[in-house]
Design a protein around this ligand. Structure first.
Ligand SMILES: NC(=O)c1ccc[n+]([C@@H]2O[C@H](COP(=O)([O-])OP(=O)(O)OC[C@H]3O[C@@H](n4cnc5c(N)ncnc54)[C@H](O)[C@@H]3O)[C@@H](O)[C@H]2O)c1
Ligand SMILES: CC(C)[C@H](C(=O)O)[C@@H](O)C(=O)O
Ligand SMILES: [Mg+2]
Length: 347
C-alpha cells in the first residue's frame, strides 16, 4: 500500500525560515521511498502582513485544515507590533485547530551541555494546555494610555478544557515506565482556577490508580526544574505556566535550540502542528547561526503522531549521536547541522 504525507509548511519569520528548511531536509532523508511527501508552503508572517495587512485569512485557514499536519518555524518580528502575529496567526491556528495538548518533551541527551551540576537524569514531558488560560484574549483596557488606565487579561479555565488535557496527561503518564504525573498551578493564590484544576486532577486520577501524583505551585516548580529535575516524569499545567516552564526546561537540557513541541489535536478532527519551542530569534536571524535541532526533533514528533514510529526514532537517535560528537569549540552553521543530521538518518 502506498503511503503519503500531505504537509503544510509555515516557515514564518526570522530563523523560522532557516530552521524549517533543515527540518524538511531531514524529513525527506528519513522517509522510505514508498512514502510520498507532498508539501505546500504558506506565505504567512511578517512579510505577508507588511504586504497585505493580513495575518491568517479564512481561505488559508480552511486550506490548512485539509493537511495531515503542519510544520511551523517561528512567528514574530520586531517590525510588527508585538502580539499582532503571535495572536493573529500562531494562537489563531492553535485555537482554530483545537490544539488543546501542547506537548513539550525535555530530555538531557548524554554529553549535552547543561548548566546543572551533577548531570541529573532529565526525561520529562510537559503537557501544556493550549487553548485556554490567559491566552484567550479575554481582556481589555480602559482609559488607554492615560495615567488612569486599567488593563485586564482574564484567565479562562473551563471544566471541559481542563478535564480533557488532564485526562490526556494521565494517559501519557500511564504509558511511561515511571507513571508519575505532577500538576503545576498556583492554587494558593489563584483559588478559583487553581482549585478547579486540582479537583479535576484528583477526580480523573481515581481512574488511574497506577499513576503516582503530586502537586507543585509553579514558583516552587521552577526551583525543582533546576535543583531536582529528575523528579519529573509528566507535568500537566495551564497555558501560561507551561509556556514559561518549557523555556526553563529547554535551558537545563542543552538550550532552546534543542526544544521541540507538538500542538496536538488528539481527536484528529484538525491537523496537529509541530514547531520548535523557540521564537524567530531576531538577534541571530539571517546569520546561519540558529540551531535547527529543535525543528528537526519537532519533525520526529510529527512523524510519531502520523504513525511513523521507526522514522521518528531514527531522527532522535541521529540527534543523540550527533550531539555526542558536537564539538563545543567549533560552531556549525544551521545548514551544516541539517546536512549532518540528514546524512545520519539516511545512513
Ligand atoms: N512559536 C513561536 O513562533 C514563537 C515562540 C517564542 C517566541 N516567538 C516570537 O519570536 C520573537 C522573538 O522572541 P524572543 O526573543 O523572546 O524568543 P526567541 O526564542 O526567539 O529567542 C530567545 C533567545 O534564544 C536564542 N535562540 C532561539 N532559538 C534559537 C536557535 N534555534 N538556535 C540558537 N539560539 C536560539 C535567540 O537568539 C535569543 O537569544 C517574538 O516576536 C516572539 O513573540 C515566537
Ligand atoms: C509566541 C507565543 C505566542 C508562544 C506562546 O506563548 O505560546 C511562544 O512563546 C511559545 O512558547 O510557543
Ligand atoms: Mg514560549
Amino acid at each position: 500500500m502506498s503511503r503519503s504525507i500531505n504537509l503544510a509548511v509555515i516557515p514564518g519569520d526570522g530563523i523560522g525560515q532557516e530552521v524549517v528548511a533543515q527540518g524538511l531536509k531531514v524529513l525527506s532523508a528519513v522517509l522510505p521511498e514508498d512514502v510520498k511527501l507532498e508539501t505546500k508552503e504558506y506565505d504567512l508572517g511578517a512579510t505577508r502582513w507588511h504586504r497585505t495587512g493580513e495575518t491568517l485569512p479564512d481561505a488559508e485557514l480552511e486550506a490548512l485544515r485539509h493537511h495531515d499536519a503542519i510544520l511551523l518555524g517561528a512567528i514574530g518580528d520586531p517590525s510588527v507590533p508585538s502580539g499582532v502575529l503571535e495572536r493573529g496567526l500562531l494562537l489563531k491556528l492553535r485555537f482554530a485547530f483545537d490544539h488543546y495538548v501542547n506537548l513539550r518533551p525535555s530530555k538531557l541527551f548524554p554529553s549535552t551541555a547543561t548548566p546543572l551540576a551533577g548531570r541529573p537524569d532529565i526525561d520529562f514531558v510537559v503537557v501544556r494546555e493550549g487553548t485556554e488560560g490567559p491566552y484567550t484574549g479575554n481582556g481589555g483596557s480602559l482609559r488607554t494610555g492615560t495615567p488612569a488606565e486599567v488593563a485586564t487579561e482574564v484567565s479562562v479555565n473551563t471544566a471541559y478544557g481542563v478535564e480533557r488535557v488532564v485526562r490526556d496527561a494521565y494517559g501519557r503518564a500511564n504509558s511511561r515506565p515511571r507513571k508519575k504525573l505532577t500538576l503545576v498551578h498556583k492554587n494558593n493564590v489563584l483559588v478559583y482556577a487553581g482549585h478547579m484544576w486540582k479537583n479535576i486532577f484528583d477526580k480523573v486520577g481515581q481512574e488511574y490508580p497506577e499513576v503516582t501524583t503530586d502537586y507543585l505551585h509553579v514558583d516552587a516548580a521552577t526551583i525543582f526544574f533546576v535543583t531536582q529535575p529528575e523528579r519529573f516524569d509528566v507535568i500537566v499545567t495551564d497555558n501560561l505556566f507551561g509556556d514559561i516552564l518549557t523555556d526553563l526546561a529547554a535551558a537545563v537540557t542543552g538550550g532552546i535550540g534543542l526544544a521541540a513541541s507538538g500542538n496536538i489535536n488528539p481527536t484528529g478532527e484538525f491537523p496537529s502542528m509541530f514547531e520548535p519551542v523557540h521564537g524567530s530569534a531576531p538577534d541571530i536571524a539571517g546569520q546561519g547561526k540558529a540551531d535547527p535541532t529543535a525543528t528537526i526533533l519537532s519533525v520526529a514528533l510529527l512523524l510519531r503522531h502520523l504513525g511513523y514510529e521507526t522514522e521518528a526514532a531514527r531522527i532522535e537517535d541521529a540527534v543523540a549521536a550527533d550531539l555526542a560528537e558536537r564539538d563545543g569549540s567549533t560552531t556549525r552553521t544551521t545548514d551544516e547541522t541539517g546536512d549532518a543530521l540528514a546524512v545520519r538518518v539516511a545512513g
